[in-house]
Each structure stands twice: as structure tokens, then as C-alpha cells.
Design a protein around this ligand. Structure first.
Ligand code: SF4
Length: 238
């Protein structure tokens, strides 16, 4: 197993919301997408943050093994699949140490690059942004097809997937769009769970600090009633 270097934004040693159980979460640098609601625009540039080797990072992860042995390690971002060799090295080393691994991805990297890594990981947390082809370019940027291909590939190899979907009023918190996505996802046996995440503006100040134009200043957060309706549409009962 090769020792590879890569750029990370930060780590969270006791993550409780990024996959099953208590997890060590590694946030990678680098993302090609430009989601309007992104709360980590400081992770977009790849060669920033901390340069670290997979050996050193796994050594740190193993310091927490007792706490995460029933959970695992999640590689998030940014987009972790943009540093494929580094990510693969980390996954292999974590698995060799008996740790469960999850990739939190927006599916923005083509299968030509991601396939081998997806096979190696235990599961995917896949951010499905929208199925609306008209909306996708201005709301997210990038190519929607790579997301759909990623999900199809997981289905073909039986890789467990948790879908994550951010609900933004006026964009994705729209009944027809939610119904369209819920209907689409019903066809996939690999999907174990759908998580709906309410839009928030906690990252707005970062856009301003970095000199980017933030377009959602006037968009409010979803109400409890709207979240309840969304859960009903997606058949979420918990
Ligand atoms: S995929 Fe994630 S990191 Fe990239 S722009 Fe979207 S929200 Fe931000």
C-alpha cells in the first residue's frame, strides 16, 4: 500500500452525521462544482489547507480507533474523489486496520477515475443535488450525468448508498422536483437511506471573505412544515 500525499481542509474526530455510527471525518480540499448553497467555499481550491501523507493521517485516525470502531471513517470535502490516489491509499490503509470506510461525494468525478475507489470503499454518501436538467448548470455547475452514472454503478455492484439531498426553498424545495427525485430513487436497491438536509446560511460569511458573490442571501431556511412534507414525499418515516 503506497504512501501518498494529499491536501485536506480539516478533520472532525467525532463526527455523528456523516454515515453510520461515530466517525472520523476527513474533509478534502478541492471541488469543481459551485453549488449556490455551499457552506465550504474555502475547500474549492485543491492545493490549499494542509498537505499530509496517507501514513500520517491514518496514524492519527488510529489514535481514535476505540471510539470509531463501531462507526468508521468518512472521506468528505470538497470532493474527495478529485484526489483519487490519495483517497485510495487512505481507504486501503483504513480497511487493513479493520475500519469501515465511506466516501461522501457529489458524484462529480467520472467513473473512469472513481470506479476502482468506489469498489474499495464500504459505502457512498451520494449528494443528489437535483434531477432538473435546466436547473443543474446554474444551481450546481458540472455535469449531472456523472452523478447518475455513479449511482448506476453502485447499483450494478450492490454498493450501499445513502442519498443526501439539500432542500433550498425555490430551488429544490419545490413539490414537483421533490416528487421527481423521490420517484427516480425508488428504482434503486442499493439505496439504504435518504437524508434530507435543510438549507442553512452558515457559510455565507465565507463567500464574502473569499470575495465570491453569494446568491442566496434572500432565501430563507425551510420551515418545519416544509421539511415534514418533504419527508412524506420521500417516504421517510423516522
Ligand atoms: S459539492 Fe460540496 S464542496 Fe462542492 S460546491 Fe457543492 S456543496 Fe460545495
Amino acid at each position: 500500500m503506497e504512501n501518498m500525499e494529499g491536501w485536506i481542509h480539516s478533520v472532525e474526530t467525532f463526527g455523528a452525521v456523516d454515515g453510520p455510527g461515530v466517525r472520523y471525518v476527513v474533509f478534502f480540499q478541492g471541488c469543481k462544482l459551485r453549488c449556490l448553497y455551499c457552506h465550504n467555499p474555502d475547500s474549492w481550491k485543491i492545493c490549499e489547507g494542509q498537505l499530509i501523507s496517507s501514513d500520517d493521517l491514518v496514524r492519527d485516525i488510529l489514535d481514535y480507533k476505540n471510539f470509531i470502531k463501531k462507526g468508521g471513517v468518512t472521506f468528505s470535502g470538497g470532493e474527495p474523489l478529485l484526489q483519487p490516489k490519495f483517497l485510495l491509499s487512505l481507504i486501503q490503509k483504513c480497511k487493513a486496520n479493520g475500519l469501515h470506510t465511506a466516501i461522501d461525494t457529489a458524484g462529480s468525478v467520472s467513473l473512469a477515475v472513481s470506479e476502482e475507489i468506489i469498489r474499495e470503499a464500504d459505502m457512498l454518501l451520494l449528494d443528489m443535488k437535483t434531477l432538473d436538467k435546466e436547473l443543474f448548470p446554474s444551481y450546481i455547475g458540472g455535469d449531472m450525468q456523472t452523478v447518475l452514472d455513479t449511482l448506476d454503478f453502485c447499483e450494478s455492484i450492490g454498493k450501499p448508498v445513502w442519498i443526501r439531498h439539500v432542500l433550498v426553498p425555490g430551488y429544490t424545495l419545490v413539490k414537483e422536483r421533490m416528487e421527481q427525485l423521490a420517484e427516480y430513487l425508488k428504482n434503486y436497491k442499493c439505496i439504504e437511506k435518504v437524508e434530507l438536509l435543510p438549507f442553512h446560511k452558515m457559510g455565507e460569511y465565507k463567500w464574502e471573505e473569499l470575495g465570491y458573490d453569494y446568491h442566496l442571501t434572500d432565501v430563507r431556511t425551510p420551515t418545519d412544515e416544509e421539511m415534514a412534507l418533504a419527508k412524506q414525499i420521500f417516504g421517510i418515516t423516522e
